[in-house]
Design a protein around this ligand. Sequence first.
Ligand code: GDP
Length: 196
Amino acid sequence: MNISSADFVISAVKPAGYPPPEFPEIAFAGRSNVGKSSLINTLVNRKSLVKTSRTPGRTQLINFFLINKAISFVDLPGYGYAKVPEAVRKTWGPMIETYLSTRDCLRGVVVLMDLRRDPGAEEVNLLDWLQLHQVPAVPVLTKADKFTRIKQQLRRQLIAEALGMAPEGLVLFSAKSRLGKDAVWGRIEELCQYGK
Ligand code: GDP
């Protein structure tokens, strides 16, 4: 994908604060520290369009970006960070669910999971929720560079089994080596019918 522009648009909490639904939209969701900022920055060839959070869980807003003045990217707040106060954590679920269930221009959600971790309840719940609401999911396994190629395949197989999915449906990704960048873009282009 040739990136001609990548701009921050706005941060929002509630639907009233979302930008107008002018463009096909792709959201990115995952546990704090999973590598979400790094993945988005890699996709758009920018070092720090999305700030990589030194303090995981600090980004508690829904952040909207516009790519090539044609596709909207949405960085959803990372979930599951233990040090966040319970009161704050309680607002995350509803904030994300409200976004996912009300956003008409949403074409799909990139669901990030760390290749080193077995999927937890958050990941399973999110994927089930998306399926139930017929929102396409693009499952991506991050930090693949932490493993050899053989071990990458084995971990993917195990995670796919845990999720009841076909291994080929899970994209192996590394922000370090850029493995999987084209595959993720391919899925996004398909969902947005853009760039082909
Ligand atoms: P976020 O909290 O999900 O946005 O995660 P970040 O993108 O800020 O990354 C969290 C940490 O994981 C940082 O220390 C990154 O350098 C590291 N990281 C992110 N992606 C990769 C990757 O593909 N490979 C490796 N080895 N580390 C990564």
